[in-house]
Design a protein around this ligand. Structure first.
Ligand code: ATP
Ligand code: MG
Length: 388
């Protein structure tokens, strides 16, 4: 049997040209989300219809419900544009509802104004038909046990019972290209997800200190990337070693400034990579007030190492809210695995919380910044993480 899935999209505020771009990008992303499972996508007056092999129905629905821009999806049944046939399908579908769920509502949307009955009439006729067939049923328009929706299209009618929520937002790619600084923690995957939700295509960059950090911590970053890739067709993941940089900082600079100096080097490496990959903004999981490196002074001094736009989507969220999203996008369990991060291994006992730019810049004079950046860049490894 063929699976048919109706896809609804949103962003009510979109008009004119923006709406056209939104729809085109969404169409591309929907195609990418279903092609692996043999799905095809068609436009259908303000909706999309996906058709694919019946045995892949759950996979198709799962992938579609993670495409940003999608508000909801419904598996639908199809009937000819004929009231008697629609009635038959409606009773068959109502018959599949488990016993005990007796109150119902019918909702009709008629895109095809040539169909000889108006929407409220169709709902009434179908409702009366179901009541006649099964006297246990009752109509309840406010809080029905089940809702049967009918869409009168131009060549077919579509009926459905379920609605799976999508993530909303804007289709990935429509807002530009960005680079996520992805650690192994809870915050950065959530920051990346929020940035993708606003239409940014994402590449990710993870810094490691192999052999001081284990291969497992790199695999953890790749695992997190895999979670995010479920919301995008692919995420190129870059890895750079900062071992030599950390050694130089530790040999030449005060311990309490080590994290700030390392972060500034990370931003410089991210900028260099962005110019090669044509990425327009950095995205980080920084938020205010959690740790020493996240005071306003620290964020500012770290940010001054780059001229790039730095987006920090978590700045308005509480830890609880961040964790809720991490659980929802299934990154939390991976994030809390106890593999060390490069920032934790040379962690100073008491990092400076209000760094001064001049002092930091002075210490940087004792480092061969350009040489260190070039050396670190030679360790660059890239893998493309795909959704399927
Ligand atoms: P996270 O939970 O994302 O690790 P955090 O609360 O631990 O964040 P910090 O350790 O201050 O905060 O890191 C702030 C941000 O710097 C991270 O969210 C991430 O964007 C970036 N970052 C930190 N360490 C790394 C790393 N090893 N590789 C790439 N980016 C990193
Ligand atoms: Mg961290």
């Amino acid at each position: 049997m063929t699976a048919k899935i109706l896809v609804r999209y949103g962003e009510i505020a979109l008009k004119g040209k923006n709406r056209g771009q939104f729809e085109q990008q969404l169409l591309r992303n929907l195609k990418a989300a279903v092609s692996y499972y043999g799905g095809k996508v068609e436009r259908m007056h303000g909706r999309f219809m996906v058709t694919g092999p019946g045995q892949n129905s759950d996979k198709l629905i799962d992938n579609l419900s993670r495409v940003f821009g999608v508000v909801s999806v419904s598996p639908v049944r199809e009937s000819a544009l004929d009231l008697e046939e629609i009635k038959m399908l409606a009773s068959e579908m109502a018959g599949s509802i488990p016993a005990g769920r007796n109150s119902f509502k019918i909702e009709t949307r008629r895109s095809n104004k040539k169909f000889p009955y108006k929407s409220p009439e169709i709902s009434e006729l179908l409702g009366a038909h179901l009541l006649r067939l099964n006297p246990a049923l009752t109509v309840n328009l406010k809080q029905p046990d089940f809702k049967l929706s009918v869409e009168i299209g131009f060549s077919k009618a579509y009926l459905y019972l379920d609605r799976v929520a999508g993530p909303g937002g804007l289709p990935v790619g429509i807002s530009g290209r960005s680079l996520l600084l992805l650690s192994g923690g809870i915050d950065s995957p959530v920051a990346g997800w929020l940035a993708m939700k606003r239409g940014l295509f994402m590449e990710a960059l993870h810094f490691h200190s192999f052999p001081f950090t284990s291969r497992r911590s790199q695999e953890k970053a790749a695992d997190l990337c895999r979670r995010l890739a479920l919301y995008s067709s692919k995420i190129p993941l870059h890895m750079i070693s900062v071992t030599a940089i950390q050694k130089e900082i530790n040999a030449n600079c005060p311990e309490d400034l080590a994290i700030i100096l390392l972060r500034r080097m990370m931003y410089r490496l991210a900028e260099k990579l962005s110019s090669i990959r044509e990425l327009q903004a950095l995205v980080t999981g920084e938020s205010l007030g959690q740790v020493a490196s996240q005071t306003l002074e620290s964020i500012n001094v770290i940010g001054q190492a780059t001229e790039m736009l730095v987006l920090r989507p978590l700045v308005g969220l509480d830890k609880r809210e961040i964790i809720d999203i991490a659980v929802k996008i299934d990154s939390y369990e991976t994030s809390i695995l106890p593999y060390e991060d490069c920032c934790t291994i040379f962690q100073p006992k008491s990092p400076v919380t209000k760094p001064k730019a001049e002092i930091i810049e002075n210490h940087e004079k004792s480092l061969d910044i350009k040489g260190l950046l070039n050396e670190a860049f030679e360790s660059l490894e890239t893998t493309i993480i795909k959704r399927d």
